[in-house]
Design a protein around this ligand. Structure first.
Ligand code: F0G
Length: 434
């Protein structure tokens, strides 16, 4: 049974009795919209959003979208495209080959800009409006920048994105560019970009919308709410395990917060909390290392590399929020190779689910844990696939089959399909000439 640290209810700061910010390190509290803060003004610890009351499932109403869950969010509505309500796919062939009771794939690539980041941005950009800031910024491995550019554009705000030069997939840069962000390519990796954007934010030059921003994670909690509601509607119980790719560990932190709040309200029994299971690429696995070694913090990996560029991250800033989530839910963390990621990407595509490499890491990790006997055959599992196949067309093309050049002639095409060499179409061309 999960033994979660519940959101306690210390005195909220004066004038902010419904919603406030709470430092997870020193317990300092502060009003949510009294100026721009990203970390605790007392100790620089991570902040999280706290509420006077936490909702049960009966409090959610409306379409299956992010704002259905307004009772769990700091606002009633936000800058919306709209986002959320993504499919929970059945994947029967993969389910059988992995060998679990039920396997579902929650495909977050079906959000408006093609990744789960939209859920955080609808809330984050709403907060930026509340604060009256005029320039938004993020560091990104690509998807955050695409989402920020689109939601910023929708809100009519200037957006600035800092990307690691040469390490962002083509689809994501194209999105950020067309939605009108100013794109700064930094000579460094994602962690360096995040350092730079934090400096800019501290100097008051921009409002930071990375997952260090606690309001982003509020929107991302809705992934967990949707999974629990939908799985329960289909199966009459909650899933045993949620497997997700981990980069900056924002999603892991958001799901953990979702579960804690539901347990706090009584909507979810501690015994029903899904085990949070994080997957990283072998070349960028500081969270896996921290879980394996029992550390309270991650060690910064200076050199990171993986085909899954979205999770090419060596210093997960949300680790202090996410590590307890993995531990308290009885989950684990596992690293997978690039080859395992590509195999999983092909497998998902073979069931019609097109995902980018980082997303396929979830399935690769599940398979690895199942093969090692760490996931049992009786489990109901949901794998989160975080971004769409078209985000990284180059990786998809490499993982897929080669195009075959054929002559512009039906007989030659049939001969080619039958495995006959058609001499570069010479026969067809001769026939057409006669
Ligand atoms: N999957 C995809 C497709 C992502 O883009 C990211 C993060 C993750 C997983 C990891 O999520 O950080 O919450 O653990 N992408 C960020 C970005 C870093 O800049 O787009 P996390």
């Amino acid at each position: 049974m999960a033994d979660l640290t519940l959101p306690t209810r210390p005195e909220p700061p004066e004038g902010a009795e419904d919603v406030w910010l709470h430092c997870i390190e020193c317990g300092h509290t502060l009003p949510p919209f009294d100026g721009v803060v990203f970390t605790c003004p007392e100790c620089d610890g991570l902040l999280e959003v706290r509420y006077a009351t936490y909702p049960t499932f009966a409090d959610f109403e409306g379409d299956e979208r992010v704002w259905r869950y307004a009772a769990a969010l700091p606002f009633e509505e936000g800058v919306s495209l709209p986002e959320g309500g993504t499919q929970l796919h059945e994947v029967p062939r993969i389910e059988e080959s992995v060998g679990v009771r039920n396997l579902r794939v929650k495909h977050e690539g079906m959000n408006p800009t093609g990744s789960f980041k939209d859920r955080g941005m609808t809330v984050g950009v709403r907060v930026a409006q509340e604060l009256g800031v005029d320039r938004l910024a993020c560091a990104s491995t690509g998807n955050t920048s695409a989402a920020l550019a689109a939601y910023g554009a929708r809100a009519g705000l200037e957006t600035l994105v800092l990307l690691p030069a040469g390490k962002v997939a083509a689809g994501k840069i194209a999105q950020a560019s067309l939605h009108g962000a100013r794109i700064l390519e930094v000579d460094g990796n994602f962690d360096d970009c995040l350092d730079r954007v934090q400096d800019l934010a501290e100097r008051g030059e921009a409002y930071l919308l990375n997952s260090l921003n606690p309001f982003r994670l509020e929107g991302q909690k809705t992934i967990g709410l949707e999974i629990l509601e939908r799985f329960y509607a289909e199966e009459g119980r909650f899933p045993d395990r949620i497997v997700l790719p981990v980069g900056n560990a924002g999603n892991t932190a958001a799901l953990y917060k979702c579960f804690r709040e539901l347990v706090q309200s009584g909507a979810l029994a501690p015994g029903d909390v899904p085990k949070l299971t994080g997957v990283q690429a072998e070349g960028a696995a500081p969270m896996v290392e921290a879980i394996r070694e029992g550390n309270a913090e991650t060690r910064r990996w200076p050199d990171v590399e993986t085909i899954a560029t979205a999770i090419r991250i060596g210093n997960p800033v949300n680790a202090p929020k996410a590590l307890p989530g993995i531990r308290e839910t009885g989950g684990t963390a596992v690293a997978v190779s690039d080859a395992e990621i590509t195999d999983a990407q092909r497998e998902l595509a073979g069931e019609g689910v097109g995902v980018e490499p980082a997303s396929a890491a979830s399935l690769a990790g599940l398979r690895k844990l199942a093969d090692a006997g760490e996931v049992s055959a009786g489990e109901d599992v949901v794998c989160l696939t975080t971004g769409h196949l078209l985000k990284d067309p180059d990786a998809a093309a490499k993982a897929g089959s080669e195009p075959e050049p054929v002559p512009n002639d039906t007989d030659d095409i049939l001969a080619h399909l039958a495995g006959k060499d058609v001499d570069g179409g010479l026969l067809g061309r001769l026939r057409r000439l006669l």
